[in-house]
Design a protein around this ligand. Structure first.
Ligand SMILES: Cc1cc2nc3c(=O)[nH]c(=O)nc-3n(C[C@H](O)[C@H](O)[C@H](O)COP(=O)(O)OP(=O)(O)OC[C@H]3O[C@@H](n4cnc5c(N)ncnc54)[C@H](O)[C@@H]3O)c2cc1C
Length: 306
């Protein structure tokens, strides 16, 4: 494991925003994760974790302390069981699963990023998320000790897991897939990729900025009075944040190089010269506008390192 100094992080993120890491280490094994944690402890440095960088905004001034880039890339198939390292890209995992005649991961089609980041945030779409396939997770705790929990213990919920409550680093996961109709699965994957191409911006972004709003979190009657068509969203029992942002008239609204996408209102895109500060200002503005117009407090899905 090599510790680099003053490493630019921009290119490690899909937003293409942010300054350098004071210290940076790319690790490939659980043992290297432990070594990196020990180095940080010995040198009294804070630690941050980088997966695929597709769900984060990094400060313009960069990050103090040590950034650990997780590149653990184990991938083993054993009947329905898949053992996978956190550094494996979701797209690669999906392809390898289909090649092995296994289904169950079609929902990740088009989600960038790695297995580690996806488990931590319980990433998903179309009503399915990582909790539908994860069985066990190995992680390094804050002291670098390796431990294992089951999916039930991982407290998965909508875009949530126990890894958001603790500074634990996922080092391996066990998934269970199914023997399904691969032809049907491939058609579904291609349809979804095409749908994403048609409905998502192709400028740098961090995906959806805000979580969608669960029905149980809001006063549906009040929203209906404000002409929000609740029935339209009853299938997944969530009001898309994009719908409220668009209805608030914010599509295309820009602060500097940061802009609410014209294509999908829950995306902030980087027009090539956006700063983290501009993105943060735009996030605050959107939250204030949606709160004033609909009484709904939006919550960030993107992880802010600012
Ligand atoms: C165009 C686009 C479309 C997207 N579509 C979707 C979608 O449909 N559904 C969806 O859910 N998300 C979507 N996302 C968001 C993002 O791709 C997912 O949240 C993804 O799972 C993040 O994984 P990552 O490896 O990039 O995580 P990162 O961005 O690297 O990290 C995210 C967080 O997880 C932490 N982390 C990363 N790896 C680990 C680990 N091994 N152990 C502990 N903590 C870790 C990081 O410290 C950070 O806090 C989209 C993003 C983009 C850019």
């Amino acid at each position: 494991m090599t510790i680099e100094k003053n490493k630019s992080l921009k290119e490690y993120t899909t937003f293409k925003i942010g300054g350098p890491a004071e210290y940076f280490a790319e690790v490939k094994t659980a043992q290297e994760v432990q070594e990196a944690l020990q180095w940080a402890k010995d040198n009294q440095q804070s630690v941050k974790i980088l997966g695929g960088g597709s769900n984060m905004l990094i400060a313009d001034a960069g990050l103090k302390g040590l950034v650990i880039k997780l590149s653990l890339d184990k991938l083993e198939f054993d009947d329905l069981k898949v053992t996978v390292g956190p550094g494996i890209r979701l797209a690669y995992l999906l392809n390898k699963a289909l090649e092995s005649n296994l289904t169950g991961l079609e929902f990740v089609a088009g989600i960038p990023g790695t297995v580690g980041g996806a488990i931590r945030g319980n990433a998903g779409t179309y009503g399915l998320a990582m909790d539908s396939v994860v069985k066990k997770i190995k992680y390094a705790d804050e002291n670098g000790q390796l431990k294992e929990i089951t999916a039930t213990e991982a407290k998965f919920a909508y875009r949530h897991s126990i890894f958001k409550e603790n500074f634990w680093i996922i080092v391996e996961a066990e998934l269970e897939l199914a023997k399904g109709d691969i032809k049907v699965a491939r058609v579904l994957v291609n349809e979804r990729l095409k749908y994403r191409q048609d409905t998502q911006p192709n400028l740098p972004s961090a995906g959806c900025i805000f979580k969608n709003i669960l029905f149980e979190e809001v006063d549906l009657k009040k929203l209906a009075e404000k002409n929000i068509d609740i029935d339209k969203f009853s299938k997944f029992k969530k009001i898309p944040a994009a719908h409220l942002i668009e209805r608030a008239g914010l599509k295309g609204h820009a602060i500097g190089g940061a802009q609410v996408s014209d294509v999908h209102a829950n995306y902030i895109v980087n027009n090539g010269r956006a700063t983290a500060e501009q993105v943060i200002m735009l996030i605050s503005f959107i939250k204030q506008q949606v709160r004033d117009k609909y009484g709904v407090q939006l919550q960030e899905e993107v992880q802010l390192f600012v």
